[in-house]
Design a protein around this ligand. Structure first.
Ligand code: SF4
Length: 272
């Protein structure tokens, strides 16, 4: 059990935002993970800061009843200026055992498109793929195309390896009928080998789109619930770790090259 760094008595709200998403417009966030950041990765750029509980075990973190109560507390008119409802929050949403029922309930109550952002590490699990069938859009993370990259960028739990992730994405692609996006954080220039391996994999799975980005803000060093969305700004009291990223020009060139070669739509956003 990991101790929370939040002040005693701080209440947890699973719903946050709406936040402005560069991909999906105005997004109402639902956090199925809770106060303690929990993920099977500990990405070097994670906006949540250092992950407090790194695990691949699925469990119930936030009761479905809490999600229902919070969603029902929003008047119907409150959903009118929301483009999508996004499951992300304080870690990896597919670790939540009740994800499937939460997606179905959120869709019913909000009548909005449901998006799930996942790190792909659980897509080899049939129960996870089944839970995701209700989502309209699933954005799956693929930052690494070599085991070395995976270890350095995503720092997964010991039980996760790259072949398992790639096989999980491929299987999910075969089964899922919604919109599948591959989301890739590009931190440094890619070698020719990395580019070729990435392109070969994408040509095999043919996602509906590719999303390239660089970290949109520095990494927070002290965990706060605000780091779930884009509500915190750098002039608050928290400390940050700054990254030197690939330049906007190079990201654009990479995105255009991959689009030209694969004919898959590529969207990209850069902080630099
Ligand atoms: S997968 Fe997402 S939540 Fe998990 S460490 Fe990486 S960026 Fe953070």
């Amino acid at each position: 059990m990991v101790a929370s760094s939040f002040p005693p008595g701080q209440s947890f709200s699973a719903i946050y935002g709406p936040v402005k998403s560069w991909r999906y417009g105005r997004s109402l966030g639902i956090d199925p993970i809770g106060i303690i950041s929990t993920c099977s990765f500990n990405c070097v750029y994670c906006q949540l800061g250092n992950i407090q509980q790194r695990t691949s075990e699925r469990q119930i973190f936030v009761p479905t009843e809490q999600i229902i109560c919070e969603l029902q507390a929003i008047p119907t008119a409150g959903y009118l200026d929301i483009d999508v409802v996004t499951f992300s929050g304080s870690g990896e949403p597919t670790l939540a055992l009740n994800l499937g029922e939460m997606l179905a309930i959120a869709k019913k109550i909000t009548n909005r498109a449901i998006v799930v952002l996942t790190n792909s590490s659980k897509l080899d699990d049939p129960a996870v793929r089944q839970a995701l069938t209700t989502a309209d859009i699933v954005a799956v993370k693929l930052d690494a195309i070599s085991s070395n990259q995976l270890r350095h960028i995503n720092q997964p739990t010991e039980t996760i390896d790259l072949p398992q992730i790639l096989a999980g994405i491929e299987q999910f692609r075969r089964e899922y009928s919604g919109i599948l996006a591959i989301q890739t954080m590009v931190l440094a220039n890619w070698t020719a080998d990395i580019q070729n391996n990435y392109i070969r994999f994408l040509e095999r799975i043919k996602p509906d789109e590719i999303q390239f980005n660089t970290p949109s803000r520095p990494r927070i060093l002290t965990r706060t619930l605000e780091s779930r969305g884009n509500e915190h700004s750098e002039n608050r009291s928290s400390s940050y770790q700054y990254f030197k990223c690939i330049t906007a020009d190079k990201l654009t060139a990479l995105a255009e090259k991959i689009n030209n070669l694969t004919k898959i739509p590529v969207r990209y956003a850069s902080r630099t």
